[in-house]
Design a protein around this ligand. Structure first.
Ligand SMILES: [Zn+2]
Ligand SMILES: [Zn+2]
Length: 347
């Protein structure tokens, strides 16, 4: 039997409960992973509301654990028992869809089959999970579990989004939603990659938090009537070479375009509810050469690169340790925008 978080009651206030469920069936090419910790990501709560489509009952996609059993087609030369692995959002890729083929056979996290944790696979809010061996993600020894877990989604997403900006080191990057889990990691990665960070978020308590992480300035959208103007002022009138929108609200997206410098890139990461849209006039793009791109987690290579920043001490995930029973409270606080930093659950 495996102790798992299950969520039910699709609504704006989803509830999680702990249940004992049988261990999942192990296919011939699967491995069984015993999880030590799991991070909690805003996407889990968005999934739990049911607004992002059908889900499995067990969510979670930032698990760190070890392989404890192999499927019948595998042996210890393929994967050693005890191998430390990360169980992230992408559990597998099909290799055959239009996106996988476009990636020339190499992995692509946008595989159209969306073989995601919590969607097509039971997630990591559980003591055990299964993973297909061919997409297993070994992670290095050394760093504590709770430090590594946030890199599996928040860390790799931040790092890949910054790579995708194409901005020159030394350029200003604005991070919208900077006080949240992904935002806090984005501040640290951006600084470590040589960028100058303007943190954008709502409320004064997040100001010192963002400055302590390495932001040069903080723009409080709750009190600042012209947030874009404040970003321009903080960047010596230039505007930001890129804005990373990690906040999941349409309002955050709408405010961000005017923060850009000419030829700047707006990078979409945060996922607003389906009814919150971004609106713009095409002339902004024609006149200023803005780009809008979406960034979607990253590849296994991106993950290993992102982990190296943590190993070198340049990125220090700020984690708050929690227990199984705390999930409903954390869910509420996240929905209310009250969480600064990243929750990790010891399993
Ligand atoms: Zn996530
Ligand atoms: Zn595919």
């Amino acid at each position: 039997m495996s102790l798992s978080y299950q969520h039910h009651e699709k609504s704006d206030n989803p509830r999680f409960e702990i249940q004992n469920v049988p261990l999942p069936d192990l296919g011939p090419n699967d491995v069984l992973v015993q999880l030590a910790v799991t991070g909690i990501c805003g996407t889990d709560f968005a999934l739990a509301t049911g607004k992002l489509g059908p889900t499995r009952r067990i969510l979670g996609h930032e698990g760190i654990g070890r392989v404890v059993a192999l499927g019948s087609s595998l042996n210890k030369d393929d994967i050693p028992i005890g191998q430390r692995v990360g169980i992230a959002w992408i559990r597998d890729v099909c290799g055959r869809c239009q996106i996988c083929l476009h990636a020339n056979g190499s992995e692509n996290p946008r595989c159209l089959r969306q073989l995601h944790s919590g969607r097509k696979f039971d997630g990591t809010f559980a003591q055990y999970t299964i993973a297909p061996a061919r997409y297993l993600m070994p992670v290095p020894e050394g760093l504590p579990d709770e430090v590594l877990a946030p890199i599996l989604c928040g860390g790799i997403t931040s790092y890949k989004a910054l790579k995708n900006t194409g901005a020159t080191p030394g350029a200003f990057i604005a991070i919208s939603g900077a006080g949240g889990g992904v935002g806090a990691l984005s501040i640290q990665y951006a600084k470590a990659m040589g960028y100058r960070v303007i943190a954008v978020d709502a409320g004064e308590p997040k100001r010192q938090f963002c400055l302590d992480l390495g932001a040069e300035a903080y723009v409080n959208v709750a009190s600042e009537r012209d947030a874009a103007g404040a970003v321009k002022a903080a960047t010596q009138g230039k505007g930001a070479a890129a804005v990373l929108v990690t906040a999941g609200s349409g309002a955050a997206y709408n405010a961000s375009l005017n923060m850009l410098a000419p030829f700047g890139t707006l990078v979409c990461i945060g996922i607003p509810p389906p009814d919150q849209l971004m609106s713009f006039h095409p002339l902004q793009f024609i006149d200023f050469g803005y780009r809008i791109i979406g960034s979607c987690t990253g590849t296994q290579t991106d993950l290993l690169e992102a982990i190296e920043f943590v190993e070198r001490g340049l990125v220090k995930p700020k984690t708050l340790l929690a227990k199984l029973d705390d999930l409903n409270r954390i869910c509420r606080e996240t929905a209310q925008g009250k969480v600064t930093g990243k929750y990790v659950i010891k399993l």
